[in-house]
Design a protein around this ligand. Structure first.
Ligand SMILES: Nc1ncnc2c1ncn2[C@@H]1O[C@H](COP(=O)(O)OP(=O)(O)OP(=O)(O)O)[C@@H](O)[C@H]1O
Ligand SMILES: [Mg+2]
Length: 288
């Protein structure tokens, strides 16, 4: 059996799962280039190392695509599945024993497909992914509608920012838009000098949120990730930081973010009957 076939067999096997249904976590930002893809890829790697079955999908083609970060070649992507040109199992790329890349497309492209028969076939196909504990989605930056559709469909949202004032302003603008459809958002402050710097930024954003957003809304600091020139270098060398440079500060910080996310109880909206992957894609493609 080929390595890919073996990798896929593990994906469709029920055994080894930790949770009841897949937690779909969207990773987004107000400003671009703040480290979403880097965080998503390394977070996925760390969660898989903790024993979770993890899928990671890109809903945006940004600076560094996930296939570049993982140093794999993705021939087909989710659009081929939506068009009926490939099955899910053909596009999924096994990365690690518990980690699979689901090559994506920009949200605009994905959301063009709303034909009922296409969507229902796609949802049948998507059942191949129901055994995942986590599906991380690397979305684009900004408050554009196609990104918001992913965020509304996800179970949990992580907003990433960096200490630069423009990024903080954009992160807040993003959080304000998201708060119209959900009452909880995680924040990760990337490229900080130390944890305290990240905590202060969180406190500033939280203060503004508290005085301008409904009191039921909760912004929660999921973690801070330190800056290290090796991170950018490792992306250029196609090496995953948490795997190849596991001892540097940002790798340890991302590990802590993974532990924090993995240890939290699933946050589901109460009125959501549809959980897991099927529910996610139904919400997304149904244009909820
Ligand atoms: N903690 C860090 N320390 C140093 N460099 C970092 C860190 N995190 C990310 N970077 C670097 O910042 C750059 C942008 O990161 P990345 O591509 O992950 O951002 P992004 O938010 O996904 O961008 P886009 O909006 O274009 O998709 C990359 O060169 C990456 O290596
Ligand atoms: Mg990116």
């Amino acid at each position: 059996m080929s390595t890919q076939a073996k990798g896929l067999e593990a994906l469709v096997k029920e055994e080894g799962r930790r949770g009841d249904s897949t937690r779909v976590v969207a990773i987004t930002s107000g400003k671009g280039g703040v480290g979403k893809s880097t965080l998503a890829a390394n977070l996925a790697y760390e969660l898989s190392g903790m024993g979770f079955k993890v899928g990671i999908m890109d809903a945006d083609i940004g600076l560094a695509n996930l296939d570049v970060i993982f140093n794999v070649r993705a021939e087909k992507n989710i659009l081929h599945v939506l068009k009926g040109e490939a099955g899910f199992r053909e596009i999924v790329v096994p990365i690690e024993p518990n980690l699979w890349l689901i090559p994506g497309e920009s949200g605009d492209e994905i959301l063009k497909f709303s034909d009922a028969t296409i969507v229902s076939r796609f949802l049948d196909e998507a059942q191949a992914l129901e055994n995942l504990d986590f599906l991380l989605i690397d979305t684009g930056a900004g408050i554009g509608e196609s990104i918001q559709m992913f965020l509304r469909a996800a179970d949990e949202v992580v907003v990433v920012t960096v200490p630069d004032p423009a990024a903080i302003t954009d992160a807040y603008a993003m959080i304000k838009v998201i708060s119209k459809s959900r009452d909880h958002v995680y924040l990760v402050v990337n490229q900080v000098k130390n944890a305290r710097e990240g905590e202060k930024i969180f406190e500033t954003i939280e203060r503004v949120a508290r005085s301008n957003i409904d009191s039921a809304f909760k912004l929660e600091l999921l973690g801070t990730v330190r800056e290290d020139a090796y991170v950018a270098r490792s992306v250029k060398q196609r090496a995953l930081v948490c795997k190849e440079l596991a001892n540097i500060a940002p790798a340890g910080d991302i590990r802590a973010v993974a532990r924090s996310l993995g240890g939290k109880k699933e946050r589901k909206m109460l009125d959501r009957e549809q959980s897991g992957i099927g529910g996610f894609f139904k919400r997304l493609l149904g244009g909820l």
